[in-house]
Design a protein around this ligand. Structure first.
Ligand code: HEM
Length: 507
């Protein structure tokens, strides 16, 4: 009897699993063969690929404009056609306004701008937008420049004075310290110096977020891909994450201190304090102070402020640090481009009496092209996603995407697809010149697109540019060998395997 029941159970299970992995053909879409239980993400489970690279492999495995894939057990659509992606992000945003990742109103730390949905997202996005205006970013520039100077002092101290002597340095380590200190200063309003002390709590927290453990990888993917499951994980497990505890502590201490002492600083924390006390951020870029409101009149809790600060840390650190490191790597590989950029930086600085300012950096037009090309070849976020919030017909393909379907876009795949970008593995900043554009503009989305694009484009770009200028005006960089970068097998962002080692010498 027991054997019979077991046979019935296993047969039922077999057909159930088969029905999951045939969902797309049964619904009129092509799909990519998947296996139980990780679907199309087996290479991630085996530790062979990061999520972004695994999705790029799926992108390269087909030429269909839309293809069905399976994220564990969950059917999702990988959209490869740039025009369809563009429509989803912009014109038809109302059908795709959420990312569909983990957010729970009983867990205020999960209520970040990145995760929030519908009207809650819309309200917070429009409230936060003034804190990323060019005036506000200019106000924060001085703090970033201080960090740039600390990076220069550090490099000066470790690179030999003899101009002919070169030192091999992992520039990814340097750009990480730079990006972390800038975030500490311009977002949290705290002074760290990771160049002097790499073990400071603020810097170390990134290792906790990015820890390459099986549980961390699984939880990271679940937050993104199976948010319903995360709601069943006991809160104490999620809250035990030291990064979350640390963020709440630091945000609470900073806000309490500033509110008690009427202390004002030009940073994003100050904007959050304005928002918390008055329900809005002042659109006058010269007004940073704010009256403290009674506790019951405040519009945001400490946890909700911490959720945004935590998001800014995660969203800003990896992306800025790796973009700068990848740029340096490509310059070292491409001497002609490197010399051209050096000339552009030197000439612009000469015009500005050697002063590195927000405006002088903005004037470096070749630097802009180099950054654009870096973010093309190495998109900070290799995968973008949305969830279908209203049934949606794609006329050109004559298919209907059903409400609730996760949408996956391989930015890395699209940015390295030769049908969109000729010679995709070549580093060609000139492709972004107005009169030489040789690429499909709708396929270029390093900051996403539409109303949910990156809120901090200006901040992200200026800090990467500043870092590049600080390094290139005082130091020479040289490649160790000519080769393409290999990516590591973990993290949501693209991580270079073994860091990025370059030879540096003083000018
Ligand atoms: C070079 C640096 C950066 C790159 C390449 C980058 C890239 C991106 C991308 C691709 C997205 C997703 C857009 C989409 O889904 O359409 C995004 C969203 C976001 N980014 Fe950035 N980012 C950078 C720096 C920053 C910084 C410094 C911050 C904060 C201080 C930040 C905050 C955010 C936020 C809050 C969102 C979510 C926006 C929303 O859902 O409304 N990013 N970023």
């Amino acid at each position: 009897m027991l054997t019979f029941l077991l046979v019935i159970f296993l047969t039922g299970l077999y057909f159930y699993i088969k029905s999951i992995y045939t969902y797309w053909p049964r619904n009129g879409f092509d799909d990519i063969d998947a296996t139980f239980p990780f679907g199309n993400l087996d290479s991630v489970r085996k530790g062979l690929k990061s999520f972004g690279c695994a999705i790029q492999d799926l992108y390269n495995a087909t030429s269909s404009p839309i293809v069905g894939i399976y994220l564990f057990f969950r059917p999702a659509l990988l959209i490869r056609d740039s025009e369809i992606v563009k429509n989803i992000f912009t014109k038809d945003f109302n059908n795709f306004h959420d990312r569909g990742i983990y957010v729970d109103e009983n867990d205020q730390l999960s209520e970040s701008l990145f995760a929030l949905e519908g009207t809650k997202w819309k309200a917070l996005r429009s409230k936060l937008a003034p804190s990323f205006s060019s005036g506000k970013i200019k106000g924060m520039f001085l703090a970033s420049e201080m960090v740039g100077k600390q990076m220069e002092i550090y490099l000066n101290s470790i690179i030999p004075d003899d101009k002919n002597e070169k030192k091999v340095i992992d520039v990814k380590d340097v750009t990480y310290r730079y990006a972390a200190d800038i975030i500490a200063s311009t977002i949290f309003g705290i002074e760290t110096n990771s160049f002097k002390d790499k073990t400071n709590e603020f810097f170390m927290i990134k290792d906790k977020i990015n820890e390459n453990t099986f549980f961390n990888k699984l939880l990271g993917m679940a937050l993104f891909l199976c948010p319903q499951i995360v709601k069943f994980i006991p809160k104490f497990i999620i809250n035990s994450n030291p990064a979350r505890k640390f963020m709440v502590k630091i945000v609470k201490e900073t806000i309490d201190f500033r509110e008690k002492n009427n202390f004002v600083r030009k940073d994003l924390m100050q904007s959050l304090i304005q928002l918390r006390n008055t329900g809005k951020i002042n659109i006058d870029d010269n007004i940073w102070d704010v009256e403290t409101a009674a506790e019951n009149l405040k519009s945001m809790t400490i946890e909700q402020c911490a959720a945004q600060a935590f998001l800014f840390y995660i969203a800003g650190l990896e992306t800025s640090a790796s973009t700068l490191a990848f740029l340096l790597y490509e310059l070292a590989q491409n001497e002609e481009i490197y010399l051209k950029l050096e000339k552009n930086i030197n000439e612009t600085l000469e015009k500005h009496n050697g002063q590195i300012t927000y405006d002088s950096i903005q004037e470096m037009s070749y630097l802009e092209l180099c950054i654009n090309e870096t973010m093309r070849k190495y998109p900070g976020l290799p995968v973008l996603n949305r969830i279908c919030t209203e049934d949606y017909k794609i006329e050109t393909e004559n298919v209907i995407i059903k409400k609730g379907t996760p949408i996956i876009i391989s930015l890395l795949g699209m940015h390295r697809d030769e049908t969109y970008f000729p010679e995709p593995l070549k580093f060609l900043p000139e492709r972004f010149l107005e009169d030489q554009k040789n690429y499909n503009e709708s396929a270029y989305m390093p900051f996403g697109d539409g109303p949910r694009h990156c809120i901090a484009i200006r901040l992200g770009k200026i800090n990467v540019k500043l870092g590049a200028v600080m390094i290139l005006r005082k130091f020479n960089i040289e490649a160790i060998e000519k080769k393409e970068i290999e990516f590591d097998n973990y993290s949501v962002a693209l991580m270079p395997k073994g860091g990025i080692n370059l030879k540096l010498s003083k000018k």
